[in-house]
Design a protein around this ligand. Structure first.
Ligand SMILES: C[S@@+](CC[C@H](N)C(=O)[O-])C[C@H]1O[C@@H](n2cnc3c(N)ncnc32)[C@H](O)[C@@H]1O
Length: 386
């Protein structure tokens, strides 16, 4: 039996109960296995693929035809084994060293599952569990039910906290952790951060939110006081002038427009901050600089130039952080359907040796784009890099 035809039939005929792709042969793959199950979203029959990493899971919901393509591609390139539990039979696909797939057919061992509704996702901030700041900010009611129009916000807060949870091992439980949120705005995420670190993860923290808007800061201080969040305070001020702290454990900057993100990253670097979480937005800087004839098929379209400039800006930021000694990842903050501003730069201070090749690579990239990044200028002016 041809494995591609089998996969095609199982998926399109809705035969599959559960599948597991495992036994990695592509060692560069970040995740270790993929679990697959059928799922119904609204009225669409789809498959949920769960990419299992050593410290997290990422879910992707795909239509049947895309699921077939994804499974076949993984069997061709990445995994040696696919275990497929189906209604009438189980199948094991084993890929040999030459890349040939063999199919073993066995008796069915799993019972059909009811997929008529989504399983409830387990969030850090749980649904149906009343949470003081979420009630105060109108995300949930006093019974803990999340309001329909606030579901995206609720998911975004939880996604953000998952990213915080992933790096909390960098903080010392026996010390007070200092955190600053630059450009905090209405501070939903700042309150979430405080709630998670203090009430759930039991850290001793001091969080300061900073913003140039007086009314916003007054409101946030009022909320913090009414919630009795003792070590959470908000100040009016400009990121570049903030010099109240000499040491900071984590710098957060979410949707701080254009070069405000660079100012925040620069401060974090100067403080040697252990962790930086930054969701940039409105990356206009490179849009006026970027120039390269080879890229003209892209640059001649305004919208593409804008997106390319944004991505190049964030790549430059991530690379500069790496050059300075941060292990840096760019992660999807929230599904793109909710906001196009959805990349999060997560940087964790790294004690190992820095790859010298990174500097040359960075310089070539910058030259190729004709870019003079503001973050680099700040770092050079302050003798942090040459
Ligand atoms: C788009 S809002 C984001 C608010 C919040 N962090 C969030 O993600 O919901 C950007 C905030 O950054 C603040 N901001 C921009 N430039 C700033 C600067 N140089 N110093 C302090 N705050 C700044 C603005 O006042 C605004 O409240």
């Amino acid at each position: 039996m041809n494995s591609n035809d089998l996969i095609n039939d199982i998926i399109n005929d809705k035969e599959l109960i559960q599948a597991v792709l495992s036994n990695k042969r592509n060692k560069e793959l970040d995740y270790n296995k993929i679990n697959i199950r059928p799922i119904k979203i609204k009225n669409d029959f789809m498959y949920q693929l769960t990419y299992v990493y050593s410290n997290k899971e990422i879910h992707k919901n795909l239509l049947p035809k895309d699921t077939v393509d994804e499974i076949i591609e993984h069997i061709n390139k990445n995994f040696k084994q696919a275990q497929m539990y189906c209604i009438n039979n189980d199948y094991q696909i084993l890929v040999n060293k030459k890349g040939k797939a063999n199919v073993l057919k066995k008796k069915a061992t799993k019972k059909t599952v009811n997929i008529s509704h989504n399983r409830k996702k387990k969030y850090i901030l749980e649904e149906d569990v009343p949470c003081d700041f979420l009630q105060y900010l109108g995300v949930m009611n006093e019974k803990g039910n999340v309001k329909k129009q606030k579901r995206d916000k609720f998911r975004q807060l939880n996604r953000f906290l998952e990213m915080v949870k992933d790096v909390e091992a960098n903080f010392d439980k026996n010390k007070r952790i200092k955190i600053i949120d630059f450009g905090c705005g209405k501070s939903y995420l700042t309150f979430a951060l405080y709630y998670y670190l203090v009430k759930i993860a039991k850290f001793n923290v001091e969080i300061v939110g900073l913003d140039i808007k007086k009314d916003v800061i007054e409101y946030c201080n009022k909320v913090a006081k009414e919630l009795n969040y003792e070590n959470l305070s908000f100040q009016i001020g400009n990121i570049s002038d903030f010099d109240e702290f000499t040491e900071v454990d984590m710098v957060v900057t979410l949707h701080a427009c254009d070069i405000a993100t660079d100012m925040a990253l620069f401060k974090a670097i100067c403080w040697n901050s252990k962790v930086i979480l930054s969701v940039p937005c409105c990356q206009h800087e490179l849009n006026t600089q970027i120039k390269n004839d080879l890229l003209s098929p892209m640059l001649k379209h305004g919208i593409i130039k804008e997106r390319l400039s944004s991505l190049a800006t964030d790549s430059i930021r991530a690379n500069l952080l790496e050059i300075i000694g941060y292990k840096t990842q760019i992660l999807e903050f929230i599904e793109t359907e909710h906001t196009p501003k959805n990349l999060l730069i997560r940087a964790v201070k790294y004690k190992g040796e820095i790859d010298k090749f990174l500097i040359d690579e960075y310089k070539q990239f910058k030259k190729f784009l004709n870019a003079s990044p503001y973050l680099e200028k700040l770092l050079v002016e302050n003798n942090i890099i040459k």
